[in-house]
Design a protein around this ligand. Structure first.
Ligand code: P5A
Ligand code: ZN
Length: 477
């Protein structure tokens, strides 16, 4: 049921604009778009989940300046090597050339570490977990795509944590993985978690764990990453604390981030040929009420009844809207709200007025059923849960059907046609992952966190050594 697959790219760009989510390509700066009211509301509801998960796990929200002085941004060598080509620089204030160039933050490890050098001085303060939700800027050179590869990432949720030992930072990586899993689960976005090969880790990290999902066109999108930063930033930026044995050491850190790609995934993964299908939990409008009448007399009774249904649902706490546009037919309205992915349509006509009922139509399965208006709140609650469960399940099934195992790289190459992720035995060495990329033309996503049992006794198809884990390969965004 993924009719959006073949011409996905076209579908996605069209839905973003026609559903009035994100207006992209018309604003006169490449890689930057505009959140429109409906999209902004969706983004906000998603961010509410993100905030709830972070706040309840001891993360504290902060807000750092957008500009980072050059001498600070370049302090960590690997970091700046990784980001050098992507930084936007502010060089002038008015007509004056600045003494020190200022970077539009591409991410905030350096500026947050810098302030931590003042804020942190004892192990007693740790662990410390900060996060912010901000715009970041990356001069992306791969082709830019709405929400998927932006030059201004407007929904960058970055968390930065500080610890007194390697092990505690390691533990934090695990907590972050759990938090992101819960966030994606609530949005019905299926994912696989991979430890990235060393050559693809975050610039400055000891290691990187990534969440990937598969889009309808079969390409893989990285939807979040968690990094163990070791002491890479705290050494050059001099973030030191006193430990319990009174010795002085540099702080250990992690960072993890998600972006606009999360909103993009909600749209892309659940959508169908009629448009978006937004999960009930985050839908800006959870139920749209459509009055149906054929003459003035009917109109009066139907509208009055529709308003009472609207009031009732609103009092129960639902986000509802009554579509009272006069110049538009009900059929046209159905089309309009289906495109925007409103999960439930409430139809009320003459028959419903006289029997005290409503028709509930669910967007995911396009099924309708009649229910008494007296139980509409509890019916809607059950229906909303069922929609979200169904969306999650069908997305998860689709993802698992697109992951295949192979013993040889030739099979991986053949599988590329079928679209998805192919997993092969792997000795764990970078050079073999690089070779595998070269041979298959696919990208190495890395390996599962726990070595899978199916590789026992298998050989790395590149070098013939014994496999220690598996390597996932896919065509990526
Ligand atoms: C972690 C947070 C970082 O920047 N510093 C703070 C770390 N990691 S990252 O992998 O580089 O980015 C985190 C996630 O952001 C998404 N992302 C993007 N989304 C849209 N457009 C972009 N240009 C873009 N760049 C990164 C990815 O999902 C990435 O995992
Ligand atoms: Zn090998």
């Amino acid at each position: 049921m993924q009719e959006t697959g073949d011409r996905f790219s076209e579908w996605f760009d069209r839905i973003l604009r026609e559903a009035e989510i994100y207006d992209y390509g018309r604003y006169p700066v490449k890689g930057m778009g505009v959140w429109m009211p409906y999209g902004f509301a969706l983004r906000k509801n998603i961010l509410d989940i993100v905030r709830k998960e972070l706040d309840s796990t001891g993360h504290e929200e902060v807000l750092f300046p957008m500009l980072i002085p050059e001498d600070l941004l370049i302090k960590e060598e690997e970091h700046i090597k990784g980001f050098r080509d992507e930084v936007y620089w502010v060089t002038h204030g008015g007509l004056d050339e600045l003494d020190v160039k200022l970077a539009l933050r591409p991410t905030s490890e350096t500026s947050i570490s810098y302030m931590e050098s003042f804020w942190l001085n004892s192990y007693k303060q740790l662990p410390k977990k900060y996060y912010q939700i901000v715009s970041i800027f990356r001069y992306e050179t791969k082709s830019t795509r709405p929400l998927l590869r932006l030059r201004e990432v407007t929904t960058f949720k970055e968390a930065h944590t500080a610890h007194s030992s390697f092990e505690d930072a390691d533990r934090q990586v695990k907590e972050a993985i759990e938090i992101y899993s819960r966030i994606f689960d609530q949005l019905g976005i299926p994912y696989i978690i991979s430890k990235r090969p060393d050559f693809d880790k975050f610039a400055g990290a000891l290691y990187t764990v990534a969440f990937d999902t598969i889009f309808p066109d079969g390409r893989v999108l990285q939807i979040g990453t968690v990094h163990h930063l070791g002491q890479s930033f705290t050494k050059p930026i001099d973030v030191k604390i006193m430990l319990s044995d009174e010795s002085i050491d540099y702080v250990w850190q992690t960072s993890y981030g998600i972006s606009d790609r999360v909103v993009a995934s909600v749209i892309a993964i659940h959508g169908d040929e009629r448009g978006a299908v937004i999960p009930f939990r985050v839908a800006p409008i959870q139920a749209i009420i459509i009055p149906i009448y054929f003459n003035e007399e009917e109109k009066k009774a139907v509208m009055e009844y529709a308003k009472s249904i609207e009031r009732q649902l609103r009092e129960c706490g639902y986000r509802v809207k009554l579509d009272d546009r006069e110049e538009m037919t009900p059929g046209k309205k159905y089309y309009d709200w289906e495109l925007r992915g409103v999960p439930v349509r409430v139809e009320v006509g003459k028959r419903e007025v006289s029997s005290g009922s409503v028709v509930l139509a669910r967007r995911d399965l396009l099924k309708r059923k009649s229910t008494s208006s007296s139980s509409i709140c509890s019916e809607l609650s059950l229906l909303g849960e069922d929609i979200d469960r169904n969306l999650s399940e069908r997305a998860r099934e689709r993802l698992s059907s697109r992951i295949k195992k192979a013993e040889k790289l030739e099979e991986a190459k053949a599988y590329e046609e079928q679209k998805g992720i192919i997993e092969v035995p792997w000795c764990g060495r970078d050079e073999c992952a690089l070779k595998a990329q070269e041979i298959t033309g696919l990208k190495a996503l890395g390996s599962p966190l726990e070595s899978p049992s199916w590789i026992n006794g298998a050989k790395c198809p590149v070098c013939g050594r014994e496999a220690k884990t598996s390597l996932r390969l896919a065509k990526t965004y």
